[in-house]
Design a protein around this ligand. Sequence first.
Ligand SMILES: CC(C)(COP(=O)(O)OP(=O)(O)OC[C@H]1O[C@@H](n2cnc3c(N)ncnc32)[C@H](O)[C@@H]1OP(=O)(O)O)[C@@H](O)C(=O)NCCC(=O)NCCS
Length: 89
Amino acid sequence: MVWQVGVDSAHRGQGVASSLLQAVVDRAVSQGARWLETTITADNRASIALFSALARNRGARLSVGGLFGDDLFAGSHIAEDLYRIGPFV
Ligand SMILES: CC(C)(COP(=O)(O)OP(=O)(O)OC[C@H]1O[C@@H](n2cnc3c(N)ncnc32)[C@H](O)[C@@H]1OP(=O)(O)O)[C@@H](O)C(=O)NCCC(=O)NCCS
């Protein structure tokens, strides 16, 4: 489960988050993990692109489904979708 990823705005778009995620996945896979899950809001284009690129670069499947509906956030936050990527080999 990846919960929160952030790169300082001065350093975005240079592959920092992609490199971080690749390293995390490499480490987790070496310990037996085969799947990664995260949640993303539908308005977060950068994060959707980041995790889509991870799946593409790993030749892994990416599935998206509803997880936390906006009714759970009492108007303070929009829905969080579940992104599931794998299996990693
Ligand atoms: C999401 C975030 C971590 C991405 O970090 P980053 O270091 O800029 O990402 P990278 O440079 O590694 O890019 C990864 C991929 O996403 C794409 N991407 C990055 N920013 C993008 C944007 N604003 N719009 C569309 N695509 C974007 C890149 O083109 C790349 O895809 P590619 O390999 O197909 O070219 C960064 O934008 C951020 O910190 N955002 C604010 C915090 C946040 O919303 N975090 C996620 C929710 S917790």
